[in-house]
Design a protein around this ligand. Structure first.
Ligand code: MD3
Ligand code: FE
Length: 204
């Protein structure tokens, strides 16, 4: 008998210890040399995001004047996204409860003053799969609501090494990053925060 894996909302503070955070950061440095962070723009308006982004995996999430979508190539280099680091594939195996691997790892970088407005993630056909989030660097004030923009919200402080699983009903919840607390971690040279989200995009 095997235990039923959990699939709903989960918060795993310190899931990556400081040594594992450093190893993941070293993988990211190599990855971002091949697929540089770039600043996407909002659909229609072309207004720049306050976060910079890149991706790993067969698919990456992008935004430009034409809209939001997943695509196989980096929008600036035209190259395929690099592979998802093994430590993140292992995390998905351990915590997703999903029978197929992730296809996208979206990398969001928050420098001083960056934030992410309240939104929900609905560009994936596989909304039966959870999203896993890994926080690195400065602490973020994360806001999590419900399926309607008007639902009450709660605030969660995400520290470096924390993992969240957004599965079940929480997968459709509105959420955002209100702010990042400068100087709260020494992991990233120069400060700031990196968030990684692992996603299944297509139905297996
Ligand atoms: C709840 N990222 O990339 S991670 C995003 O910290 C995103 O960069 C934030 O929202 C960040 O779309 C928050 C936590 C998170 C990620 C995906 C979710 C929460 C979610 C998808 C559905 C519901
Ligand atoms: Fe999101």
């Amino acid at each position: 008998m095997t235990a039923t894996p959990e699939r709903g909302f989960g918060w795993y503070p310190g899931r990556f210890d400081p040594a594992a955070q450093s190893r993941l950061l070293a993988d990211l440095k190599t990855l971002l040399a091949a697929a540089p962070l770039y600043r996407p723009t909002m659909p229609v308006s072309g207004k720049p995001f306050s976060v910079t982004m890149s991706n790993a995996g067969p698919l990456g999430w992008v935004s430009d004047r034409r809209g939001y979508r997943y695509q196989a190539q980096h929008p600036r280099t035209g190259l395929p996204w690099p592979p998802i680091p093994d430590a993140l594939l292992a995390l998905w195996e351990a915590l997703s409860g999903y029978p197929a691997p992730p296809e996208a790892c979206l990398i969001n970088r928050y420098d001083a003053g960056a934030r992410l407005g309240l939104h929900c993630d609905s560009d994936e056909a596989a909304r039966d799969a959870p999203v896993l989030s890994v926080s690195l660097g400065d602490t973020a004030v994360f806001r999590l609501g419900g399926p309607s923009r008007k639902d009450p919200t709660r605030s969660i402080r995400l520290n470096s090494g924390d993992v969240l699983r957004l599965g079940g009903a929480s997968r459709q919840a509105y959420h955002g990053i209100d702010r990042v607390l400068g100087g709260s971690s020494r992991l990233l040279p120069g400060g700031g925060r990196i968030n990684l989200t692992l996603r299944r995009v297509t139905l297996p």
